[in-house]
Design a protein around this ligand. Structure first.
Ligand code: NAD
Length: 332
């Protein structure tokens, strides 16, 4: 049924149901690292709730999944209050929606847009704090405001510098992920031991980083791509592209595939290229991220309660759907 045909009572009942369902899925996904459904199913229900809430704004509650960063803090870990919130990201599923985002940006900044385009790594967000160049705290995103202290576990990851060459006070953020080879080896071992296998590398990474026994994390072969310098302008950096260069110089692992782009066709090509190469990359990606390149403009655009206004994720179609399509191609 079209949302425009809903009565307020129907919309209330449906949105309550959707919220309950989404909360149940989010709990399994974020707390147990064991999703009950594919991401595309979750995304679809989430979209329905978003559309209902935008048609009936009085239904929006502060605790709706559309208004909160998903995620939880597991018992057993110390809590870390983030100095700046670790947010989620808006998403689009078509070039048409991407063009709408671009028009919104052009209008808001009253000038032509320039984006830093990056791969959307399928892992979990981490924050790393350095004092006088020494790694002092590593945490997960948690609910966006409070995350888990996983410093000891992050110290087992070889690509994370323990000591920077300069005595900097610094916070950086990025993605902790499990390379595909490690994921396959881990699941094969779990299968042999009669343990439940992880649904995907993202859940495996989250489950492996959030271990109370550091030795378990150390065995899991996690890796990182760092993509954010918090308050980068403090270090004389004015664009996201320069932030990535600086991160590389400081010794962080930075994904090499990013691109500065001004025109949508260039971005479409980038998306098509990586959607095609997705299976060949040694790490999982679930889309492409567009970020307004100028940091001053990012600050000007700011955030909603849940997402930065200056960035968007173009999500790839689910891999299962691609597999199904390929299977159909084979049979015809
Ligand atoms: P998200 O994971 O879709 O996007 C935000 C995250 O992208 C950031 O926190 C960051 O960790 C990551 N990221 C990766 N590469 C990045 C880059 N280059 N630059 C910046 N950030 C980058 O959003 P979310 O709020 O973490 O999770 C929502 C998603 O989780 C949904 O889209 C849904 O598919 C999935 N989910 C699935 C279920 C399920 O049951 N299957 C349940 C809940 C959520």
């Amino acid at each position: 049924k079209a949302i425009s045909a809903y009565s307020l009572a129907e919309a209330t009942a449906t949105s309550t149901q959707l919220r309950q369902q989404l909360r149940q899925y989010a709990q399994a996904y974020y707390t147990q690292d064991a999703p009950l459904v594919e991401d595309a199913v979750y995304d679809d229900l989430y979209r329905q709730l978003q559309q209902l809430e935008s048609a009936f704004p009085t239904l929006v509650t502060a605790d709706s999944p559309t208004q909160q960063v998903g995620g939880a803090v597991l018992a057993g870990f110390n809590k870390v209050t983030h100095q700046a919130p670790m947010l989620s990201m808006g998403d689009v599923f078509s070039f048409e929606e991407l063009a709408q985002f671009d028009s919104r940006m052009t209008k808001a900044i009253a000038q032509a847009t320039e984006y830093n385009v990056e791969l959307k790594i399928d892992g979990l967000a981490i924050s790393l704090r350095y004092e006088a160049g020494r790694l002092v705290l590593g945490s997960t995103r948690g609910d966006g405001t409070i995350g888990e202290d996983v410093t000891a576990n992050l110290r087992t990851i070889k690509s994370i510098p323990q000591q920077l060459s300069q005595p900097l006070d610094l916070e950086v953020r990025g993605e902790c992920y499990m390379p595909k080879t490690s994921f396959e080896a881990l699941n094969a071992e779990r299968d042999r031991n009669g343990e439940a296998v992880f649904a995907n590398p993202r859940n495996a990474a989250a489950g492996s980083l959030r271990q109370l026994d550091t030795k378990t994390t150390a065995k899991r072969q996690l890796d990182t791509f760092i993509y954010t310098i918090v308050d980068a302008q403090r270090y004389g950096i004015s664009t996201q592209a320069d932030a990535l260069k600086q991160l590389r110089q400081w010794g962080f692992h930075v994904n090499p595939e990013s691109l500065v782009a001004r025109e949508l066709p260039q971005i479409h090509d980038y998306i098509d290229r990586y959607q095609g190469q997705r299976d060949d990359l040694p790490y999982g990606i679930d889309g492409v991220v567009l970020k307004i390149n100028q940091l001053a403009l990012q600050t000007e655009l700011g955030n909603t309660v849940k997402v930065p206004r200056w960035e968007i994720a173009y999500k790839f179609p689910p891999e299962e759907a691609q597999t199904i399509l390929r299977a159909i191609e084979w049979t015809v």
